[in-house]
Design a protein around this ligand. Sequence first.
Ligand SMILES: O=P([O-])([O-])O[C@@H]1[C@H](O)[C@H](O)[C@@H](O)[C@H](O)[C@H]1O
Ligand SMILES: [Mg+2]
Ligand SMILES: [Mg+2]
Length: 266
Amino acid sequence: MDDVLQNIMDHAVAVAREAGQVCMWEGLLIYVMTKSSTVDLVTQTDQRVEHLIIQSVKKKFPTHRFIGEESVAAGEACVLTDDPTWIIDPIDGTTNFVHSFPFVAVSIGFSVDKKIQFGVVYSCLEDKMFTARRVSDQEDVRRSIIATEFGSNRETETVEKIFSSLRNILNIPVHGVRGAGTAAVNMCLVASGCVEAYYEVGVHVWDVAAGSVIVEEAGGVLMDVEGGPVDLMSRRIVAANNGTVAHIVKEIDAFSPTRDDAPPTQ
Ligand SMILES: O=P([O-])([O-])O[C@@H]1[C@H](O)[C@H](O)[C@@H](O)[C@H](O)[C@H]1O
Ligand SMILES: [Mg+2]
Ligand SMILES: [Mg+2]
């Protein structure tokens, strides 16, 4: 099955980019009005861009709800329910837009159960797209998907330990075990919320360096496979959505490959 939230987020990114392009085209023909005070500016572009975003989303996700800055200014209710809701600032930085000060952003948050699931901020003049998604909020490891890999060490003892860990994890029991075949992507799966934890012994620092910050910035945790702080040179890693699921460390049959920073053998 598709990652439904990713599908929605992809649409948010596409429509934010499209909206940003409209801001750029219209930047030379700005019609300025005011709202709550003489310095609370709004332009027709704010209104047009919000309309564009809402229409585009409605076509694809007809049941979703909206809270938009300019719709609220026009009298619509600003009520957050548990329903999937797009919270839109079509131009954040309208004063900048009016003055050609070069930071103007389309800002879209998406909420379900009153919790923001992802955010997209497109800084259109810089052409920079900022996005973030949450890790899973699952606390029960028995309702989790765990990712791992078999690695490239086929020594009997190592393979035994890998299978022993796998057997323990399966017997928790967890909903499933997966492996994307890339440590970096496995870590991004944790960061993006569709896998609760990833563990592996035998990775290298270059496999996990980028993913480690992506997991932490998404709200996840990193750990050593025996439960202490992660050591990126140790070739052992657990990346989890939270400390509770990270308790899978007690099921891991740990071992210690030669560290990445070990002195070269003569
Ligand atoms: O009106 P808008 O340009 O979408 O949003 C404004 C901008 O975020 C600005 O930096 C902040 O100081 C104002 O309080 C906001 O209202
Ligand atoms: Mg704003
Ligand atoms: Mg605005």
